[in-house]
Ligand binder design. Sequence first.
Ligand SMILES: [Zn+2]
Length: 332
Amino acid sequence: MVYNMGLEIEKEAWRNQQRYVSRYELSKQIKDIRQTYDWVEDCPFETVERHLFRLDNAFKKFFKGGGFPRFQSKKHSHSISFKQNFSIIANHYLKLPKLGAVKFFTSAEIFGEIKTVTVKKEATGYYACIMTDAIKSIQCPDENQVIGIDMGLKYFAVLSDGRFIENPKHFAKYERRLRIENRSLARKKKGGNNRKKQVRKVGLLHNKIKNLRSDFLHKQSTRIAKENHFVFVEDLNVVGMAKNKNLSKHILDSGWGAFRELLLYKTNVVAVNPKHTSQICSHCGHQDSESRKSQSEFICTSCGHAMNADHNAALNILSRGTAHVRERKAIA
Ligand SMILES: [Zn+2]
């Protein structure tokens, strides 16, 4: 599919400008497309690169006098899609034509009517990508259902309704193991069978971390999006903050940026000004840096209101977001 998409772009450029789009430029364009369509995003980037590499080679042959590259059918890629004759039994067995029932593991509940099932072969095994029409059946919550989220380090996030989402710290847990396995890899002789095995082991570990993280972010963002019409977050430059060495590992690990992206396409996200959200009392509005006694403790120097500092910040984010929405409505 990526191959065909790339070819379409090439053909367009060839027809209109008689020029050839380089693999690098193509990769950039496809990245943009990836952001628009979920299913392309679901395709691992290495796969995208591999397809573009093949397409590039096909064009090099064409310039040497070969035929113009043709659109490819599915049989060339390592995936196969089913549009009918499949079923899912008890959330654990996938029944496919010719293959029969295959046991599979799913990280999320499958709901909605299944439209297509794509089975992909990757280095680490077989994966099934199940597309449903569930989006249509998700009910949009009432406009008054709103929530403020304070993203933190101690907790992944604290919600204005008082819920604390623990930071999973997947990476930290597996980091040690990854370090050990990597060290072992460095000791293995090049070209040997043991090295090959170890490369696979490290790859599997990376994959595990990636999957756990993505699963966590999807679950949290879906839950929040299902419950709320508006989600208010701080307008932080996550990328800028990630450049700060001490914070970077935690931020990238907890995936704030990815989390916000997910929220963005699942619900209405309003980014509010983050200034002093940790110093203002959510009860009386008094602002004082002294009110923040410690990382987790907030005691207002004016009214004595005491609560968890992150929860207090989440409440401030909520009231800023609410004011913002009201303002926007007044204009409209
Ligand atoms: Zn106060």
